[in-house]
Design a protein around this ligand. Sequence first.
Ligand code: GAR
Length: 190
Amino acid sequence: MKRLAVFASGSGSNYEAIAQACADGRIKASVALLVCDKPGAYVLERAKRFGVETLVFNPKAYARKADYEREIADRMDELGIDLVCLAGYMRIVGEELLSRYKGRIINIHPSLLPSFKGAHAVEDAVAYGVKVFGITIHWVDETLDGGKIIAQRAFEYEGGDPDEVHAIGHKIEHQLYIETINKLLDESVS
Ligand code: GAR
């Protein structure tokens, strides 16, 4: 059975979608680790409900990104992690993790990349007057939301309300992430 690590910073609805899909067999893998850089984040409550090991850290407590990334990668090595899924992890991944988990880290982003990178993609797209929104899953490299695209799904929306775009987008994200993880696991992760 393949083993996933999920990284999240906030609510964790994508984490829960992945964990639930693993629990009921829609993903043929288990979530072995949840990594979180925000000690109070709601995703930690969700992980507790699933009984999943968590690695929680405060980046400010470390002198360098490489220091906390080394701890994460060491634990992932011990657990035998096959695929790392960033799910609302609002941090650029550094060289330590990228080199040790090369070709095994993916991210989900709420826009049709390469449009609207960054932390406020939906709000930026609405402000721009976008009518076709979407979700992207891509390989993670050293650039912000910049690695090669694996999957995308678009939807039309003209209402101008970012909350509605988030709500529609989240439903698509949960489905697309599950499908994409299964596809990558079938291909044995690159
Ligand atoms: C998701 O919409 C994800 O696409 C986005 O954060 C949200 C997390 O939601 N990620 C990014 O913006 C990355 N640049 P969740 O905590 O409910 O899964």
